[in-house]
Design a protein around this ligand. Structure first.
Ligand SMILES: *[C@@H]1O[C@H](CO)[C@@H](O)[C@H](O)[C@H]1NC(C)=O
Ligand SMILES: *[C@@H]1O[C@H](CO)[C@@H](O)[C@H](O)[C@H]1NC(C)=O
Ligand SMILES: *[C@@H]1O[C@H](CO)[C@@H](O)[C@H](O)[C@H]1NC(C)=O
Ligand SMILES: *[C@@H]1O[C@H](CO)[C@@H](O)[C@H](O)[C@H]1NC(C)=O
Ligand SMILES: *[C@@H]1O[C@H](CO)[C@@H](O)[C@H](O)[C@H]1NC(C)=O
Ligand SMILES: *[C@@H]1O[C@H](CO)[C@@H](O)[C@H](O)[C@H]1NC(C)=O
Ligand SMILES: *[C@@H]1O[C@H](CO)[C@@H](O)[C@H](O)[C@H]1NC(C)=O
Ligand SMILES: *[C@@H]1O[C@H](CO)[C@@H](O)[C@H](O)[C@H]1NC(C)=O
Ligand SMILES: *[C@@H]1O[C@H](CO)[C@@H](O)[C@H](O)[C@H]1NC(C)=O
Ligand SMILES: *[C@@H]1O[C@H](CO)[C@@H](O)[C@H](O)[C@H]1NC(C)=O
Ligand SMILES: *[C@@H]1O[C@H](CO)[C@@H](O)[C@H](O)[C@H]1NC(C)=O
Ligand SMILES: *[C@@H]1O[C@H](CO)[C@@H](O)[C@H](O)[C@H]1NC(C)=O
Length: 641
């Protein structure tokens, strides 16, 4: 007590506070974040040294408590590392632009092999190194992680592989396994190993180059499985593996891009919990879309493209959809493209109330398109191209499609002997309730109200109006209204007329394809984009010279078709700087002077056609070194010896 006498009041209070603080800590001791295990901390630090942490994401990996480090969590009781999340943090879905390689590579951590010491973190429950760009063999020591629930190793652009999956069989708590794009070519017996994981709920083995796919199993152990993805492995078998039909809890089954040259398996009807089924590109056979699909009452996604339902109809399938009262209400995505289907589209189409995506392209369906299409009020994407439809499309077909973003319809222009059987007949005053991003109409006639209708679509990114019979001066206001987001514009084989105004200069910075061929456009060479790789002005009335700094104006050009116009002047030598040029077609214009001599940097060129011009002089001697050149036409010119 003597000591307290010597203190003043404030010192006393301080001491008291400290004591109370200690008591407080002790009483809530279980809630205090655990301090990490020293050996694990040291191992993590030495691992950090080897990593390629370009974004400085691991800057928090300092100090004693590794449990607070970015990407690390510890077990509350023991303080052992329980979770390691070292995924690539680049998120494509939030990216404004398309894939950003730089951002991606700066968000990775790897560049080294997956360290063996991961296998010592015995209490690890979660390990995610997806897209982190580790390389080499997955260390079999991961088999020591008997508590692991989640293992996600998917994708590395440099090879990541496992010679033998036996290590997996020790992970008896595993619920989620994703080895997408890990090379498992030499690891036979993968199914046997997976069969020792009774807790497994999700198995992702897409693009693993697995060759062996056992068709039967003695007894199946992993029947709790909810998700099975074996897509893109190039399995080549004569039937669908039968053990799959015992996985009756499955919600998602993806086998696309393999080869089972077999009849459509009716046993699929056992998998009544399926919500997602992708059997694309499997070479399945049958007559018509299998009725058994009608038993799968929870199906939201059905993708069967590129199978051979030889000449079968679609009506029967539609009928089977009414087997269970609900499935016409839940189906959201239906892809039956390229399935060799015949027959008409039934009016009951309109009952698929939740449908967002419908692709029936590349079949032999005929008859008229039912008006009930207009009732699919959730529809976002519609593709009816390459069939033999007849009749008229009116606004009734689109009346309630308020969410539609993409519309594709029409046939190959090559079927030129067939008359255009369908007419897009929209009234002048109809303002649609949707704004398209993509419109593709090929070889189908559009009626007079179409222009007006088109002008209400101000958010277009892809436009194909090819062979639509439009014969009009191009509505300038339409071109001006087109969004600067435009990437693809094909107006070929119409009778568009008129001078394209020069104020369109670089108007479409994102445009990479422009096709105005076979119209009656006039005006100087249209410079609409510095991003174009495909440019086709063939058979129009364009006049004047090719701009002299053409290589700078269109540096990315790969194919240039400007034949059958009234272009003149000399061919600018700068054209020879365009390294990626593969096709240069200048035929039937009024070009004069010599063909430029400096074309040695054309490493990709396959076709040069400059015939029917007023060119003079000698064939450039440098021409002989162009090994890629396949066709050279310079005839009807004075320098031809
Ligand atoms: C650890 O603590 C967090 C938050 O206090 C809690 O959400 C989590 O369930 C706990 N984990 C374990 C394994 O007890
Ligand atoms: C692992 O990270 C990726 C992102 O790269 C994410 O998509 C995936 O869902 C994560 N896996 C698990 C099991 O959480
Ligand atoms: C971890 O696994 C490897 C290979 O499977 C094995 O050789 C090693 O003894 C194991 N280490 C521990 C600590 O269990
Ligand atoms: C099923 O799993 C159990 C537990 O992992 C294992 O002992 C058994 O061998 C497995 N059966 C087969 C056929 O692999
Ligand atoms: C697997 O490897 C063998 C031998 O290296 C090779 O011939 C085969 O094409 C590979 N299979 C796949 C699907 O990559
Ligand atoms: C699949 O289920 C059937 C019927 O329930 C059963 O007879 C068969 O043994 C099972 N097959 C496997 C591989 O488990
Ligand atoms: C699949 O195998 C058969 C014979 O086993 C063969 O004829 C066919 O070409 C193979 N298909 C592919 C795509 O490899
Ligand atoms: C049909 O849908 C309703 C509502 O979504 C649901 O309650 C019911 O269980 C479903 N019936 C069947 C047979 O799936
Ligand atoms: C549709 O094609 C089938 C044969 O594929 C033919 O029998 C039928 O008459 C055609 N229907 C129409 C309306 O053209
Ligand atoms: C269009 O939708 C409205 C409101 O949802 C509905 O009243 C009308 O019946 C629908 N029309 C058609 C043709 O489906
Ligand atoms: C030419 O093509 C290559 C390969 O596609 C590409 O990397 C390069 O950027 C292109 N060059 C130009 C000038 O666009
Ligand atoms: C190119 O044609 C235009 C008329 O279209 C003419 O005015 C001009 O002089 C011609 N230039 C050359 C170099 O022949």
């Amino acid at each position: 007590m003597k000591i307290y006498h010597l203190m003043n009041i404030s010192q006393y209070l301080l001491l008291l506070l400290c004591l109370l603080g200690d008591i407080g800590l002790a009483s809530t001791g279980m809630k205090v974040k655990p301090i990490c295990i020293e050996e694990e901390r040291k191992a993590l630090l030495s691992f950090k040294q080897d990593l390629n942490d370009m974004s400085g994401r691991l800057s928090s990996w300092v100090g004693h408590d590794c449990c607070r480090w970015e990407g690390i969590s510890c077990n509350n009781r023991t303080g052992h590392v329980a979770k390691m999340d070292l995924r690539n943090t680049y998120d494509k879905s939030t990216a404004v632009e398309e894939w950003d390689e730089l951002a991606y590579s700066q968000s990775r951590l790897g560049g080294i092999q997956i360290p063996k010491f991961f296998g010592e973190l015995k209490t690890l429950r979660y390990l995610n190194i997806s897209f982190a760009e580790f390389t080499g063999e997955i260390p079999p020591s991961l088999g020591n992680l008997s508590n692991l629930n989640y293992l996600d190793v998917c994708f590395s652009s440099s090879k990541i592989y496992s010679k033998n999956l036996n290590w997996l069989s020790h992970l008896s708590s595993l619920k989620y396994l994703n080895l997408n794009e890990v090379d498992l070519n030499s690891s036979t017996g993968w199914l046997h190993v997976v069969n020792m994981l009774p807790s497994l709920l999700e198995l992702h083995l897409s693009l693993c180059r697995i060759e062996s796919l056992p068709l039967s199993l003695h007894k199946i152990n992993f029947t709790s499985l909810l998700v099975l993805d074996l897509s893109f492995n190039d399995f080549n078998t004569s039937s669908c593996p039968s053990w799959i039909f015992n996985l009756t809890s499955l919600r998602e089954l993806d086998l696309n891009h393999n080869s089972f040259s077999a009849p459509f398996p009716v046993e699929l009807g056992n998998l009544k919990s399926l919500e997602y089924l992708d059997l694309s590109h499997l070479g399945l056979k049958g007559s018509g879309v299998p009725r058994v699909i009608g038993n799968l009452c929870k199906l939201k996604t059905l993708h069967l493209p590129e199978n051979n339902f030889d000449g079968g109809g679609i009506e029967e399938f539609w009928g089977s959809l009414s087997n269970c009262p609900n499935n016409t209400l839940v189906l959201e995505s239906l892809d039956l493209s390229g399935c060799v289907l015949e027959g008409q589209l039934p009016a009951s189409l309109g009952m698929l109330k939740s449908l967002q995506y419908l692709d029936l392209s590349c079949n032999h369906m005929n008859g008229s398109i039912p008006q009930s299409l207009g009732q699919l009020s959730e529809l976002v994407e519609l593709n009816l191209s390459f069939n033999s439809w007849e009749g008229i499309l009116t606004e009734a077909h689109f009346i309630n499609l308020t969410k539609l973003k993409s519309l594709s319809i029409g046939n190959n222009l090559d079927d030129i002997e067939k008359p255009m059987p369908i007419v897009f007949n929209l009234s002048y005053d109809w303002v649609p309730s949707f704004k398209l991003h993509t419109i593709v109409i090929r070889n189908y006639k559009v009626g007079p109200g179409f222009h007006v209708w088109l002008q209400s679509h101000t958010e277009l990114v892809q436009v194909v109006l090819r062979g639509t019979g439009i014969s009009d001066s191009i509505p300038k206001e339409w071109l001006l209204k087109l969004s600067s987001q435009l990437e693809y514009l094909d107006l070929s084989y119409n009778q568009f007329r008129g001078r394209l105004s020069s104020n369109q200069l670089m108007r479409f910075p994102k445009l990479h394809l422009l096709n105005l061929a076979h119209n009656q456009f006039e005006g100087p060479f249209p410079l609409w984009s510095t991003n174009a790789s495909y440019f086709d002005l063939e058979s129009n009335y364009f006049y004047g010279p090719i701009p002299s700094s053409f290589d700078k104006l269109m540096p990315k050009l790969e194919e240039l078709y400007i034949s059958e116009n009234h272009l003149n002047g000399t061919i600018p030598p700068s054209i020879c700087n365009m390294q990626n040029l593969t096709v240069l077609s200048l035929r039937s214009n009024h070009f004069s002077g010599e063909f430029p001599h400096t074309w040695s940097s054309w490493s990709q060129i396959t076709i040069v056609d400059a015939a029917y011009n007023n060119l003079s002089g000698n064939i450039p001697t440098s021409m002989g070194i162009l090994s890629s050149l396949e066709i050279l036409k310079l005839k009807q010119q004075q320098f031809w010896r």
